[in-house]
Design a protein around this ligand. Structure first.
Ligand code: NAG
Ligand code: NAG
Ligand code: NAG
Ligand code: NAG
Ligand code: NAG
Ligand code: NAG
Ligand code: NAG
Length: 626
């Protein structure tokens, strides 16, 4: 039974092609198709009027209600129309372009870096593929027109239900008074996401027209360890071009020296005296570059080139700690969101750079991609800056553990690993945030997914982010290390500051004692509305957020010294938008920073802590008694 399911999962994986980040070089090119795309919205929750009327065959700009939408960007906050912000169902994007003469020399692909949530892609009138789940890239080969316009049409659907990951609750409502007055308009429904962030939708990251050689480097898997062990696997789309081979050069980006030269589509070797990739505070984040020349084995001609940066480092997990390069790594981190005013979750290099600069300003060395894989650009930046990352699959709030959902979840995991496995900054995979992991169906469900993840990547630990209790959780024992979200002084014992320290110590110690695995406090914190000043503190004031942090930190210092805590991540780097609720005043205000990335009082408390916290304390410093 188990074996059978496992086989199915593996088959699923093999159907997935790896995906490389777009590169422009001697043999490959791309056009970034970002800009203003034509945009038409269907009525809310429409049955699919666009599909029925074959909108992919028409010019959407001819519609009276057509407008433009910037790509990349979430569409929700761009207009003054509340129906666009709160839209549920289908919207349509269209983009037209002429191919250039030079394009005939290449194989061409459309690459979408993130379309949320469900996307149907049409090219020149034909459906060429679909993608589900957002946040991860996908691409399709296309044949360009050279004597007429090319037209990309994308239908995007952001509906959530029990069958989506993440799930949402969809509810039709009606109420009629005896007088005949109907409270809700016809067809009224509420859609409540099972997660606490705004359901931003649309084309969220760049769209590329990739131009690749006839035979090209399709997938690349690199594993590089602290002891210099190095292996790579190159998967090639040969296109019947005969015998292909590869010339390989590895260069240290620090010394600019070649440290390895070889031949072949794969190799397992040991490279002596490599400079290691280290997280910030533990040494330099040294990178190397693998340069592949794909060559025709007979003629020795170069066919394609790809260059990838990577790092040598080893991740290990003991009962107590996470080791990077055999040193205890203590995560001084952040939960975050890709979120900003106007463009929502749309990629923006300004916001990304500012976010990472603020992580460094506060002395952080770590973050989790809560609750979906972040942009590829950010992963490369984390590599370069030495920020260690737990990359999380877009599976938040899971509570329906069915086979079809598991299949989709497995697909998301494999897409995430195929995208991010070469990044040294990624030190663990998180398979879910706050699932209902105290149910026995969850145990079987996650057991398969953990096995799958280990089979796809044996070099990194697997974790999940839990908000269950140590006494009832059914998955924690299967994880390599455990992440726990808890909000003492906020969702529990609001206003009773004196209970916070002992609550954390009491609970986290039991997690540790029961499971004998490293524990990361992956979320803790409190909301503070910037500028709201109350002393003595009251919830939602800046002082209250500081008071909660100080008491949690006291607990963390005790737990670190006790050997019961392997890292901490404050929730959240910055304020972010959520669905409307009485507990959310224009979004979630647990940020150390405002939504425009200005520091609140708590940011200075955290900055002082992260700057002065010694890297390795666990089990040694017994001074910190609560
Ligand atoms: C926009 O126009 C199309 C074509 O007339 C129509 O089918 C669609 O319902 C309109 N969208 C909205 C939100 O009314
Ligand atoms: C798309 O949205 C509609 C609501 O407009 C929904 O009923 C339908 O199930 C969705 N389809 C898919 C494939 O997501
Ligand atoms: C081979 O390359 C051509 C373009 O040169 C492309 O049209 C065709 O689909 C490719 N065939 C395969 C099997 O990949
Ligand atoms: C390329 O040719 C060499 C020498 O003939 C041979 O050993 C090698 O297996 C070939 N490589 C590939 C990928 O076909
Ligand atoms: C990798 O490292 C191990 C020691 O940790 C060694 O036994 C093995 O031979 C190495 N592999 C290569 C290809 O160097
Ligand atoms: C580590 O934890 C396991 C249980 O998961 C336990 O059997 C073992 O004794 C522990 N090792 C040490 C050194 O504490
Ligand atoms: C950790 O804390 C617990 C609870 O206070 C205590 O019983 C235990 O002895 C401590 N262990 C270490 C290694 O300090």
């Amino acid at each position: 039974m188990f074996r059978c399911l496992f086989l199915i999962l593996l088959i699923l994986v093999f159907e997935n092609d790896g995906i490389l980040f777009p590169q422009r070089n001697e043999y490959r090119h791309y056009d970034q198709l970002d800009g203003l795309w034509t945009f038409v919205r269907e009525p809310k929750n429409s049955y699919g009027v666009g599909l029925e009327n074959k909108w992919h065959l028409v010019d959407l700009e001819d519609f009276k209600n057509a407008t433009v939408m910037p790509v990349p960007s979430a569409y929700n906050d761009i207009t003054q129309d509340i129906n666009v912000r709160d839209h549920v169902g289908w919207v349509w994007y269209q983009y037209k372009f002429y191919a250039s003469k030079q394009d005939t020399e290449y194989r061409t692909f459309l690459r979408f870096s993130s379309v949320n949530y469900y996307a149907l892609i049409f090219f020149n009138g034909y459906l060429i593929g679909n993608h589900v789940g957002g946040h991860l890239p996908f691409q399709f080969e296309v044949s360009l027109n050279f004597n007429s316009l090319n037209k990309i049409t994308i239908a995007v659907n952001n509906t959530l239900s029990h069958d989506t990951i993440p799930p949402g609750e969809f509810k039709y409502l009606h109420q009629t008074y005896p007088s005949g007055i109907q409270v809700y308009p016809p067809g009224f429904f509420e859609l409540t996401p099972d997660f606490d962030f705004f359901n931003y939708a649309g084309i969220l990251r760049s769209v590329y027209l990739l131009k690749l050689p006839k035979s090209y480097i399709k997938e690349l898997k690199i594993a590089a360890y602290g002891n210099g062990n190095f292996s790579y696997r190159i998967n090639v789309d040969t296109n019947n071009s005969g015998d292909l081979n590869a010339d390989i050069v590895v260069t240290s980006l620090k010394s600019r020296q070649r440290v390895y030269e070889g031949k072949g589509l794969q190799a397992d070797v040991n490279i002596q005296h490599v400079e290691l990739w280290n997280p910030r505070g533990y040494g330099e984040p040294n990178l190397h570059e693998l340069e592949i020349h794909l060559i025709n084995n007979q003629t020795n001609q170069i066919i394609d080139i790809y260059r990838e940066k990577f790092g040598f480092r080893t991740v290990q997990v003991t009962n107590d700690t996470i080791l990077i390069n055999e040193k205890t790594f203590y995560c001084k981190g952040f939960g975050m969101h890709e979120d900003f005013e106007l463009h929502g979750r749309g990629y923006n290099p300004v916001v990304m750079t500012k976010d990472l600069n603020m992580v460094e300003w506060m002395g952080g060395n770590c973050y989790r991609t809560s609750h979906y894989p972040y942009s590829e650009e950010r992963a490369y930046e984390a590599d370069r800056r030495g920020i260690a990352v737990i990359t999380e699959v877009p599976a938040v709030g899971m509570r329906y553990f069915t086979k079809p959902i598991q299949k989709l979840h497995a697909q998301m995991i494999s897409e995430m690993i195929l995208r991010d496995r070469n990044h040294p900054s990624v030190f663990a995979w998180s398979l879910s945030n706050e699932p209902a992991s105290d149910s026995s169906t969850a145990r079987n469900y996650y057991s398969d997914l953990i096995t799958l993840t280990h089979s796809l990547d044996s070099t990194r630990p697997v974790t999940m982010v839990l908000d269950t209790y140590y006494s009832t959780d059914k998955v924690a024992d299967m994880l390599d290390f455990i992440c726990v979200n808890r909000y003492y002084g906020w969702y529990a014992n609001t206003g009773y500051l004196e209970t916070i320290t002992k609550s954390y110590i009491g609970e986290i110690y039991e997690w540790k004692r029961k499971f004998q695995k490293p524990i990361i406090q992956s979320e803790y914190g409190a909301d503070a509305i910037a500028g709201l000043s109350q002393d003595p503190s009251i919830d939602f004031s800046e002082q209250y957020q500081v008071d909660v942090l100080i008491r949690a930190h006291k607990a963390f210092d005790f737990l670190r010294a006790n050997g019961s805590l392997a890292g901490e991540m404050v929730w959240n780097l910055a304020d972010f938008m959520t669905a409307q609720s009485t507990s959310r005043a224009v979004g979630n205000h647990k940020g150390m920073l405002t939504r425009t990335r200005q520091p609140k009082m708590a940011a200075y408390v955290l900055k002082k802590r992260y700057e002065t916290l010694e890297n390795v304390v666990i089990g040694k410093d017994k001074k910190n008694k609560p």
